[in-house]
Design a protein around this ligand. Structure first.
Ligand code: C5P
Length: 225
């Protein structure tokens, strides 16, 4: 057993929420803290990987030895991932990417005009970054191992297994509710082609270390297959 089982791996991770601008001072976002993704970046680095972290707007310090790229919107995040993913051997999508963005963003602050009228807003769907990467040639041929996350409020086993297949990823990690946003601990369920197993409630740092250990084993099993 190597104490640094990810030596030689280049791991690309997305983390945090995205922010979708309505105008220069407003936008829509969500309550993701980025803690799980940052903890995985730290654990992967400690396991010897070269780690790049694409982070949405979060208030977290960069783990030592990790290269960080800050982004704001889903499309910024997608562009950063596209620029980096060809160098990666593992892609881990922990970001809570906004599903929709305003169809247009105003160049100036939208003013209240005193008439009591409220702005009408149209939305368009954001790209699914993980699904796009999972469909790429390198992912399909096994040169890039993709890991997705899922937060389901009910019937995690059914929904997360279906999501694993739909997104086309070999490993999907389910957050066991209730909402873990911003919390320091969590419990996870790992779904792969063989079924699922639980990582019981622990700190996000401890879970990240266990996840990295599992990942190292899965990568090793692939290599020797
Ligand atoms: O479909 P859902 O949002 O539940 O899928 C969650 C997984 O997909 C996470 O790994 C998340 O980072 C990724 N995702 C993404 N781009 C999106 C939506 C989700 O990469 N637009």
């Amino acid at each position: 057993f190597s104490p640094k089982p990810l030596v030689g791996q280049r791991v690309l991770i997305t983390a945090g929420p995205t922010f979708e601008a309505i105008d220069p001072v407003r936008g829509i976002t969500n309550l993701s803290s980025g803690k799980m993704g940052f903890a995985i970046a730290r654990a992967a680095r400690a396991a010897g990987a070269e780690v790049t972290l694409v982070a949405g707007p979060v208030h977290l310090a960069t783990p030592r030895g990790v290269r960080r790229i800050d982004v704001r919107s889903a499309r910024d995040m997608q562009a950063a991932v596209q620029a980096e993913v060809d160098r990666a051997s593992v892609f881990i999508a922990t970001a809570a990417v906004a599903d929709w963005r305003p169809a247009s963003s105003a160049g100036q602050k939208i003013k209240k005009d005193g008439s009591g009228q409220v702005p009408q807003m149209a939305f368009v769907e954001n790209p699914d970054i993980l699904a796009g990467v999972a469909q790429s040639e390198r992912a399909r041929s096994g040169q890039l191992y993709c890991v997705g996350f899922a937060a389901e409020s009910e019937d995690l086993i059914t929904h997360a297994s279906a999501k694993r297949r739909r997104k086309g990823v070999p490993l999907l990690v389910g957050n066991i509710g209730p909402a873990t946003f911003g919390q320091d601990d969590n419990a996870l369920v790992l779904f792969d082609e063989h079924g699922w197993r639980e990582l019981p409630r622990a700190s996000k740092n401890a879970l990240a270390q266990q996840l990295v250990a599992e990942l190292a084993q899965l990568l090793q099993a692939r290599q020797s297959a």
